[in-house]
Design a protein around this ligand. Structure first.
Ligand SMILES: [Cu+2]
Length: 540
């Protein structure tokens, strides 16, 4: 496929032009006549939902329609604003039509999936209001907990905050043979922090999100700098500008798109799939009673075997799967999933935080559970879960010279190696050969930052799953690092990795099947939107 030609046909300008004449934009790698197993239409639309008692919250959300396939392939979310959960099996051919019912352009990214570049939701494919983008791909991922969300350049943070996100769960034969907890015992929990005003509307940077026009009077247009003092609502001006770059934190925890209410669980084994879909906040998850966590999976599916952790770190876009046997607790007991305090989070002495009173790294309750009655079963997870090939750094073509990608800050703009986002550009360093392995090192040492300030980043690579092969931290940050390091789950396949202040993380990547232009970026969405995102190009 001639790359330049495809860009001409399918770039944003082309997409907009196609929309204006009503023609759907069909991704170039769609195969005419291929057998489709699942066909879904997703409409991105303004809506109103009950997020907490009182006035309904204006949101943007995905609404789905199943046009072909098993009825299990699409499940509407119960309450809240999340999009429908898409459930597919590895090997299925999927067609998904995105219909943009929003007043601005958008595009969907299938987070964690291995798909061709024009199916991946790169911002160059964003479509305007009223337009349709047709995705078609074969699900080639391991069983696991993936998700989908918008990816238009500069507006991903705002659109996700407004409510656009949904789950994409993949199953396969290897997983099915394990007979893991299913049905009501397979709980997906999407954790997001938000700020809500007194009228239950989301507050994002300089105003409310959602379909309604911003009510500037109420949002304190004149509150210039009010947010600097840690007020709930950021006015326009310096505080908003800084939060727009550093990140937006909320003080209200939402689970699956509504106020976290107690989950009633039976006294038996459960599979808990935890998603951190927050814009910027990192979680340090643990049971409040200090019962250790049994981890069975991460971003790219099941681990080789269950592992124990006292807590797990979960940066924005990371996932972790837990095995929990609730029969360990007496009937009627309550337990609480909590985020523990940690050092090294985004903190600028109360100046930051998008108006939240809850700093990054502060402790808070995420979700209470109520344990019901029932028989004691004492179930254990299977001792072997999956086949995970050993990561072999020597397979990398640059084994002797890992590529270094350093998170940098310029004049109010983020970057990688000093370069911010360039829609169609990729440097020589960012060019890789199809069929090869490479080692990349993400460095977070605060180069170019103001006042030596360094904050965590959540690095995500599109189009593949990678392996984490090494971490090191500078002495200056050793104490802060000590409060998080026991919570990493680096054993399995990953698409997103937390890189703490002062840290260097080495990953092993394989570029297979698809050439083209893919993204790698920080998944703290305000960082991404303000430049901490670049392309890499896979060449034949
Ligand atoms: Cu970041």
């Amino acid at each position: 496929m001639n790359h330049q030609r495809r860009l001409l046909l399918l770039g944003s300008a082309g997409a907009a032009a196609a929309a204006s004449i009503g023609a759907p934009v069909v991704a170039a790698t769609a195969k005419a006549g291929a057998q489709i197993d699942v066909h879904i239409e997703l409409h991105a639309v303004p809506d109103q939902v009950s997020v907490r008692p009182g006035t309904a919250t204006r949101v943007w959300r995905y609404r789905g329609k199943l046009l072909r396939g098993d009825t299990t392939a699409l499940e509407s979310s119960a309450g809240g604003y999340l999009g429908p959960t898409i459930r597919v099996r590895r090997g299925q051919r999927v067609r998904i039509d995105l219909v943009n019912g929003l007043p601005e352009s958008t595009i969907i990214h299938w987070h964690g999936l291995h798909v061709p570049d024009d199916m991946d939701g790169h911002p160059r494919f964003a479509i305007g209001p009223g337009a349709r983008y047709v995705y078609e791909f074969t699900v080639d991922n391991r069983a696991g907990s993936y998700w989908y969300h918008p990816h238009p350049h500069g507006r991903t943070g705002k659109q996700v905050y407004a409510g656009l996100a949904g789950l994409f769960l993949v199953s396969d034969d290897e997983e099915a043979a394990l007979d893991l907890p299913s049905g009501a015992q397979d709980l997906a929990l999407v954790i997001q922090d938000r700020n809500l005003d007194a009228d239950n509307q989301f507050v994002y940077l300089d105003g409310n999100t959602g379909a309604a026009p911003q009510r500037r009077g109420m949002m304190g247009e004149g509150m210039m700098g009010g947010g600097m003092m840690g007020g709930r609502m950021m006015g326009r001006g310096m505080g908003s500008m800084m939060a727009g770059m550093m990140g937006v934190l909320g003080d209200q925890m939402l689970v699956n798109g509504s106020l976290a209410s107690p989950r009633h669980v039976e006294r038996r084994a459960h599979r808990l799939r935890l998603f951190n879909a927050s814009n910027t906040r990192t979680l340090k998850l643990a049971w409040r009673d200090q019962t250790p966590l049994t981890v069975i999976g991460s971003d790219g599916g099941l681990l080789a075997a269950p592992i124990q952790r006292d807590y797990v770190m979960l940066a924005p876009a990371e996932r972790v799967e837990l095995w929990v046997d609730f029969s360990h607790w007496p009937p009627g007991s309550g337990l609480v999933l909590r985020s523990l305090a940690f050092e090294g989070g985004m903190d600028m002495g109360g100046m930051m935080g998008g108006g939240s009173s809850l700093p990054d790294g502060a402790a808070f309750d995420v979700l209470p559970f109520r344990v019901g009655g029932g028989t004691e079963r004492n179930e254990s997870p299977p001792a072997r879960l999956s086949t995970i090939t050993t990561a072999e750094p020597r397979m990398a073509v640059n084994y002797a010279r890992p590529k270094v990608f350093e998170m940098t800050m310029g004049m109010m703009v983020w970057g990688i190696n000093g370069e911010s986002f360039d829609m169609l550009g990729a440097s020589e360093l960012e060019t890789v050969k199809l069929g090869t392995h490479e080692i990349w090192e993400f460095r977070n040492e605060g180069r170019g930052s103001m006042m030596g300030m360094v904050m965590p980043h959540s690095m995500h690579v599109h189009g593949l799953q990678f392996r984490i092969i090494g971490r090191s931290v500078s002495r200056r940050f050793a104490d802060e690092y000590g409060s998080v390091k026991a919570g990493f789950v680096d054993e399995g396949w990953k698409d997103t990795v937390l890189v703490m202040p002062g840290e260097r993380v080495r990953v092993l990547l394989r570029f297979s099947d698809f050439t083209g232009l893919f993204l790698y970026h920080c998944h703290m969405l305000e960082h991404e939107d303000t430049g901490l995102m670049r392309n890499y190009r896979v060449e034949a």
